[in-house]
Design a protein around this ligand. Structure first.
Ligand code: BGC
Length: 729
């Protein structure tokens, strides 16, 4: 498997490797270890760590990379010290969390995943890369490619949701968007697939908690997006904080060396998470720093983020013969390879061009690109009585502190994003309508608390208008790292406020903002229209107004199931069958709860349009295929409404009998189609036996012969066409 963008071109690869050999031979052991050390600049993105003088450490050849360095000027100064004041002048690598944008922000990753649009996602990552690169950043700690199946976990917002295939497609798109074809180009940065691996399985959704899953769940659910990123050529991978089978991910030789570096032939480097090598001690797998360093380097984790574990211990470990210097050399080779690929040896200052920064950051083209992906990320969850679009209203009440917030719309992990650059929902609506009166009432504060005055004022405003657009959900800091919640309903008294507004008789449109699926049974039952808008970034308000007023057709689909109640969590569409499935069980003996249903409130893949689509003419290319033979799947989709609309055709399969139980449904392909009213389009997909592979009882990743159902439809719970085929050995 091709594991990096240069490996297919030996002409390119050899010069770097020769240079690296030469440099490795010149560096002392201590200097080599310095290359594996990453120190922090100013902004702190984890618990406090040992305070050192960064400039002195760089001058002493003890630093290979700096994260969170503030501003182009500082970065350039640090780089000059590394290049001009150290013996070998090895340039520094500047890293930063450019997760959904640098200054111009796209939707949070979970929101962007709702676009089901790899091209738009690639374009948005490219905007982020261009702005970061123009600001002297070489390396983003993104994309996060964890699979999230527990909505309580705050970092669900950083993921592409619950499905390994969708997450893999978007992981590849983001890697392509960040890295492009040429890492020396002005609009590219080195990417980092994180957090390797299975971080999304923290027990009870509690941040940093134990992960205890089977090898098959690891292989079938959590590894595919990482493998997709590696196949796309991702330059770096970050260890998860969590354990797999009791071993912290960064100390796991099996995860890092065996799977990532050997099985997948990954030739980039692996960075720890913030201080995570030292945390081996707190996990109780290392007695001291020396043990921790030994475990990490043996496992194949190459760079130490802010822990000082490698600089404190590796030289001694080599000198007393505990570890082979070749381990250090391999890690350094990988780090240097990235620096060569970025062109840093050719010109270490190429990324410090203030003119380029001014032209690039927050430019109009970037705003247009993120507005486009923001619109595509909005999910119309419910639209009773066609309340939306708002095409015939004389007055609109806009309610909720979140509606007037240009801060919350940026979401967490906002890089250098600033509220003053962003468009709130209220600004977006006011800027879009010309013939309707817009009146704002706060209703509740950002945490959802309602005072008597706010309540009265909101009721009065809503009573006097034709429609109420009420922004409800979470303030932005309720999701992200270290932001797990045990309850995932609307915080504070937002539901009471909605009940009061609903009682006025004015139709209510709920505009949701949140970084995770929420449990919203009352809302879903009572409010006629619900628009899921996540945290859409810099252009949020304009994008929301585009959809509210029908200037853009809603086309987002949920990347993660929305439960009825937190008690159903973790809930995901691709669960295994049980021995007592509900539909065939004798009453009282099926897999179920006594008090709540099994189905989610809104299923994976759900999302409405302002029109409807009809599916027909499913035709499989064959009823039987052999291993490695493609199967074509054809069908037609027709827009039977009277406005243009975008459908996301979703192809699921079910492997009826496997050596291990297979999920009831697995997404294998999808396609987004924009159709004019009355337009009918043929769609063809192709799948191969590789697409049917899983971690079998023989502990290999392979497809097994047998019968497969094909299910095609509008959402995982709205299948319109079915057929089946057989895979022969
Ligand atoms: C996070 C990473 C992040 C790192 C550096 C950690 O706390 O888990 O995702 O890249 O900090 O900011």
């Amino acid at each position: 498997m091709a594991a990096n963008q240069d490996s297919e071109d030996p002409e390119e690869e050899i010069p770097f490797e020769n240079e690296i050999d030469g440099l490795l031979a010149r560096l002392t052991l201590k200097e080599k270890v310095g290359q594996l050390n990453q120190l922090n600049g100013s902004e702190q993105t984890g618990p406090a760590v040992e305070d050192v003088d960064l400039e002195d450490e760089i001058r002493n050849g003890k630093v290979g990379s700096v994260l969170n360095a503030d501003g182009l000027e500082n970065r350039e100064r640090y780089q000059r010290i590394a290049v001009e004041e150290t013996e070998h002048g090895v340039p520094l690598l500047f890293g930063y969390d450019v997760i959904h944008g640098f200054r111009t922000l796209s939707p949070i990753p979970l929101g962007e995943a709702a676009s089901w649009d790899p091209d738009a996602v690639r374009a948005s990552a490219n905007v982020a890369a261009a702005e970061a690169s123009a600001s002297g950043i070489h390396w983003t700690f993104g994309p996060p490619v964890d699979v999230a199946r527990d909505a309580r976990w705050g970092r669900s917002m950083e993921t592409s949701g619950e499905d390994p295939y969708l997450a893999g497609e978007l992981a590849a798109a983001r890697v392509r968007g960040f890295q492009g074809d040429d890492l020396t180009a002005a609009d590219t940065v080195l990417a980092c697939a994180k957090h390797y691996a299975a971080y999304g399985e923290v027990k009870a959704g509690r941040e940093y908690n134990t992960v205890d899953i089977s090898e098959s769940t690891l292989r079938d659910i959590h590894l595919p997006p990482f493998e997709a990123a590696v196949t796309e050529g991702v330059g770096t991978v970050m260890n998860a904080f969590t354990v797999f089978e009791g071993i912290p991910a960064g100390a796991s030789k099996r995860l890092v060396r065996d799977v990532l570096k050997d099985e997948w032939a990954f030739d980039g480097f692996v960075v720890s998470d913030w201080n995570s090598f030292r945390e081996f001690i707190y996990h109780g797998v290392a007695g001291d720093e020396r043990d921790a360093a030994e475990l990490a380097i043996e496992a194949g984790s190459d760079m130490d983020m802010v822990g000082h574990i490698y600089t404190n211990e590796l030289v001694n470990l080599v000198e007393d013969g505990t570890i082979d210097e070749a381990l250090v050399d391999d890690a350094v080779r990988r780090v240097l390879r990235s620096k060569y690929r970025l062109g840093l040896f050719e010109d270490p200052y190429r990324y410090f061009d203030d003119e380029r920064r001014k032209e690039t950051v927050l430019n109009e083209t970037h705003r247009e690109i993120v507005r486009d992906v923001a619109r595509k990320s909005i999910v119309l969850m419910k639209n009773e009585r066609d309340v939306l679009p708002l095409d015939d209203v004389d007055s609109i009440a806009v309610v909720g502190a979140l509606a007037d917030s240009a801060d919350d719309v940026l979401g967490d992990w906002r890089g250098c994003g600033r509220p003053e650059d962003a468009v709130s929902v209220l600004d977006g609506i006011e800027g879009t309508v010309d013939n309707a009166e817009v009146r704002y009432a706060q209703g509740c504060d950002r945490s959802g608390m309602v005072s008597a005055t706010l309540r009265e004022e909101a009721i009065e405003t809503v009573e006097e208008t034709d429609v109420a657009v009420v922004a409800v959900g979470e303030s932005y800091e309720l999701s992200g790292e270290a932001s797990s919640r045990s309850d995932i309903d609307l915080p504070g008294e937002q539901q009471e406020l909605l009940e009061a507004l609903q009682a006025t008789g004015t139709p209510v449109v709920a505009v949701l903002m949140n970084g995770r699926p929420l449990a919203l049974p009352w809302l879903s039952e009572n409010v006629p229209a619900i628009l899921e808008t996540w945290f859409l970034g810099t252009e949020a308000g304009d994008a929301i107004a585009d959809v509210l007023f029908g200037n853009h057709q809603p086309s987002g689909r949920l990347p993660m199931s929305f439960p009825q109640t937190v008690g159903q969590v973790p809930i995901h569409y691709n669960h295994l069958p049980t021995g007592r499935p509900q539909h065939r069980a004798e009453a009282g003996w099926g897999t179920s709860y006594l008090d709540i249903p099994n189905d989610p409130l809104y299923a994976f893949g759900h999302g409405l349009s302002y029109t409807t689509f009809e599916y027909a003419d499913l035709e499989l290319g064959a009823s039987t295929i052999k291993m490695n033979e493609p199967l074509s799947i054809g069908l037609t989709v027709e827009n039977i409404g009277d406005v243009v609309g975008t459908e996301v055709v979703q192809v699921y399969i079910h492997d009826l009998v496997g050596s291990r139980a297979r999920p009831v449904k697995e997404l294998k392909r999808f396609r987004k189609l924009e159709l004019e009213p009355g337009e009918r389009r043929e769609v063809t997909f192709e799948i191969e036996s590789d697409d049917l592979a899983f971690w079998t009882a023989d502990e290999v990743f392979a497809a097994e012969p047998g019968e497969f159902d094909v299910m095609i439809g509008h959402a995982s719970d709205d299948i319109r066409l079915t057929d089946s085929f057989e895979l022969r050995a």
